[in-house]
Design a protein around this ligand. Structure first.
Ligand code: GDG
Length: 741
């Protein structure tokens, strides 16, 4: 059915390589679409319906145009791919270059200029399709490694859009990423997004490091400052803030558990065991047939255990589902041969007439059958050599409502960050993997239950709905921001007000004081001082101001009560119940500061028109008053000499100014120090600026982060203006004193 809505009206647009539907043609030639039930669809379906969403992607059939249509209440916008596009963009650049490269070159990546060209042009097609359907100011969420150039292309076409990107696979370390001939273009493409999501913290870190090394943009914690417009030549000017952070993906855990509780699926699980001759232990592997999944390593370990006599084919059977994948890519064809040779050999060596060592299946199964297998399996083997997340591990846990079963999990799968109570292995270490398998087979019931209970809690806490909500919250902060204190914020305030030791940490400019043209004119709005005093008067409450300003300047504008704890210069300067300002610098850093001053003073003394400004953790060399040539010479000399003498310096370039720091500190660091100093068990943090995101990122569960104004944020709550912050402070004081009475 064609969509009635004209183009350009969708407020939420999801873009992924594949649309979440499969094409089917009846005998009479009638076209039907079957929803392919991926986790992403389940996660986004309700939102797509409620917020007038559209999904842009390839419908899975080459060389055919399809008009936009609606399926199961979701508008689908097909992008055409020709046979050649599939070969070059999909099988070539995506799956034969990016996939192996991003998975730590387990297989050698190919680098071909023609497939790169195809990647660029197909990305352009996806970006154009998304730009055409997005409403003014819409949110667009682009998915995965096939479409890394889309965020930038979209931003150029539609600067009004809010753009998010999520990378489902790992992001490699710099040494590996640097091999890519188009490494700068890909980063540039991704940096078109406002929020770039990764599976693991390590992936986000690798990305930020690559940005620093290849583009030289400053990064602080999760924030990257990307120059805009002409300043992208690196000559200072305006910047746009991009957040690069981990958002570990998950599954629809409740839906898996619901299937597992169905009597017919439990009966099927019993049947599977029976058909396999009721082995004492059933082990299971479920993977796309992909070289990243470590299927060969698993088979090797199992074969050696049978050969050593530590496991017997009479007692243990391994069921391996290897679902067909990328069958036209030659590496995958070779992998299939290799795995099937290993399975055949192992079965030839160890199977008996009544017991098969490996029950191997190169098909796809319906989800119900997968759930029955998970239920039937005593031990689940996930031995990936590199894997963004690995949803199979989470599915196994979600299904086990009987709180039994053992998960053996590779530490190289993203899931290992959350699923710590699995038996974690290094699959390259065959002996270690063998020991882990034996341990899993022999694990006593009590330990199995204890571990599975903890695993289930983890998966239930972060299901796919929580995942998409947290990504979209970071991207848009939710929909419109209401006036006053929203209900959910009020509930959170009620909860923190009861803390044993409560820390109220507040940014100043934009949070307590409206932004003004001249920074020295900033003043907190009326009522703030009284609200702060009310908090200071309560037992177990500390109030801190956390600012990017130099502390002297903060004191001047905020005129804080003496009991207020102060941190300035993004945490480099502190004043914690002391009369003097203390510098948070190590003695080695103080020595570096001396060297820095010496070098810059010499340069400035010899070149007319250059001046030096001292900062708490560094110095700035100003060249505004020098001739252009002298300015350049001074900057070059400073870079060269300091590069030799102090290689670890952070250098920031602005218009006619070069700033050197011996320490890059963030408001996140400031908050950590305040938390330790006050011994707070709960923290309330309010801020409006992107530098406050580092503090929000450091909040724990149970803490409250409050963002002031619009813009991407990691804070859980939002208000519009400093006026509402004051209301919130008054409310916290009232709630807490109510408790004290
Ligand atoms: C990428 C990243 C990341 C498999 N065989 C059958 C079947 N499956 C289902 C599983 C699971 C999914 O496919 C596989 O997901 P994984 O996460 O394990 O791996 P990738 O396909 O490589 O996915 C990965 C993921 O994106 C999400 O961000 O976790 O790291 O590589 O749901 O159950 N499902 C059915 N029949 C099969 O035969 N029905």
């Amino acid at each position: 059915m064609p969509v009635d809505a004209p183009v350009g009206t969708y407020t939420l647009v999801v873009v992924s390589n594949r649309l979440p539907v499969d094409y089917e043609e009846g005998a009479d030639g009638a076209v039907t679409w079957r929803t392919s039930p991926g986790g992403l669809v389940t996660a986004l379906e309700p939102l797509m319906r409620s917020s007038h969403g559209a999904w842009v992607g390839w419908p899975g059939v080459a060389d055919r145009d399809f008009a936009p249509f609606e399926n199961d209440g979701i508008s689908l916008v097909p992008v055409r791919l020709n046979e050649e596009d599939i070969e070059d963009y999909y099988e070539g650049f995506s799956n034969d270059t990016l996939w192996p490269l991003y998975h730590d070159v387990i297989a050698p990546p190919s680098f071909h200029r023609e497939t790169w060209d195809a990647y660029v042009s197909v990305n352009r097609r996806f970006a154009a399709a998304a730009a055409a359907v997005a409403a003014p100011g819409a949110t667009v969420w682009v998915h995965d490694y096939q479409l890394q150039l889309v965020p930038r292309m979209l931003r150029e076409a539609r600067p009004d859009l809010i753009i998010g990107f999520f990378n489902h696979i790992p992001f490699p370390s710099y040494g590996i990423y640097a091999q890519l001939p188009w490494r700068k273009q890909i980063l540039h493409g991704l940096l078109g997004a406002d929020v770039i999501g990764f599976q693991r913290q390590e992936d986000a870190g690798n990305f930020s490091r690559a940005v620093r090394r290849l583009h030289g943009y400053p990064t602080r914690g999760v924030v990257i400052d990307v120059p805009t417009g002409e300043a992208s030549t690196g000559q200072g000017g305006d910047t746009r803030r991009v957040i690069a952070k981990h958002f570990p993906i998950s599954i629809d855990a409740a839906a898996y558990e619901e299937l597992a509780r169905r009597p017919e699926i439990q009966a099927r699980a019993r049947q599977i065991r029976e058909d396999l001759g009721n082995p004492k232990t059933l082990m299971l592997g479920v993977d796309r047939l992909d070289y990243t999944k470590g299927i060969g390593h698993r088979i090797k370990a199992f074969g050696e255990l049978l050969a050593d006599g530590r496991l017997s084919v009479e007692d243990v059977t391994l069921v391996q589902v290897a679902s067909p994948s990328r069958e036209r890519v030659s590496t995958y064809m070779a992998l299939r041969d290799e795995i099937e040779l290993a399975v055949g050999r192992l079965n030839g060596d160890f199977s008996t007439i009544s017991h098969t060592a490996i029950s191997y299946h190169h098909h796809s199964y319906p989800r119900e059958e997968m759930v029955a297998m998970y239920l039937a399996a005593d031990v689940m083997l996930v031995t990936a050599l590199r894997d963004g997340m690995n949803l199979v591990a989470k599915e196994y846990v979600a299904v086990r409502f009987d709180v039994d079963g053992v998960l053996v999990l590779s530490e190289f799968a993203g899931a290992a960050d959350e699923l710590k109570q699995a038996i974690l292995i290094n699959p390259h270490d065959i002996d270690g993997t063998k020991d882990a398998i034996v341990r899993a087979v022999e694990m006593p019931k009590r330990e199995r239950t204890r571990r599975m209970r903890a695993l289930r809690r983890k998966v239930a806490e972060n299901d796919v709905a929580a995942w998409s909500a947290s990504f979209l919250r970071a991207l848009t902060g939710g929909a419109a921001v209401p006036a006053g204190i929203p209900d959910d914020l009020d509930q959170a305030l009620q909860s923190i007000a009861g803390a044993e030791n409560l820390l109220i940490a507040l940014d100043f400019d934009g949070t307590l004081a409206p932004h003004v043209d001249h920074p020295e004119d900033a003043r907190a709005i009326a009522g703030t001082r009284e609200a702060v005093q009310a908090l200071l008067d309560l037992p177990g409450v500390r109030v801190a101001f956390v600012s990017g300003r130099a502390l002297v300047s903060l004191q001047q504008v905020a005129q804080p009560q003496s009991a207020v704890l102060l941190t300035g210069s993004h945490g480099i300067e502190v004043q914690l119940d002391t009369p003097e300002i203390e510098l948070n610098l190590l003695s080695t850093e103080l020595e570096q500061l001396d060297t820095l001053a010496r070098v810059l003073e010499t340069i400035s003394g010899s070149i007319a028109g250059t001046t030096i400004e001292r900062k708490p953790a560094g110095l700035a060399l100003h060249t505004r008053l020098a001739t252009e040539k002298d300015g350049q010479t001074a900057q070059r000399q400073a870079r060269d000499q300091l590069g030799d003498q102090l290689p670890g310096l952070t250098i920031r370039e602005g218009k006619n100014v070069l700033e050197f720091s011996v320490r890059s500190s963030t408001k996140g660091d400031a908050l950590t120090q305040l938390r330790e100093y006050t011994g707070a068990d709960r923290v309330f943090y309010a801020g409006d600026d992107v530098t406050d995101e580092d503090a929000f990122a450091g909040l724990d569960e149970g803490d409250v982060g409050l963002k002031i104004g619009q813009g991407a944020t990691l804070a859980g709550y939002r208000v519009r203006s400093p006026q509402e912050v004051t209301q919130v402070l008054v409310r916290i004081a009232a709630l807490r004193s109510g408790r004290a009475l």
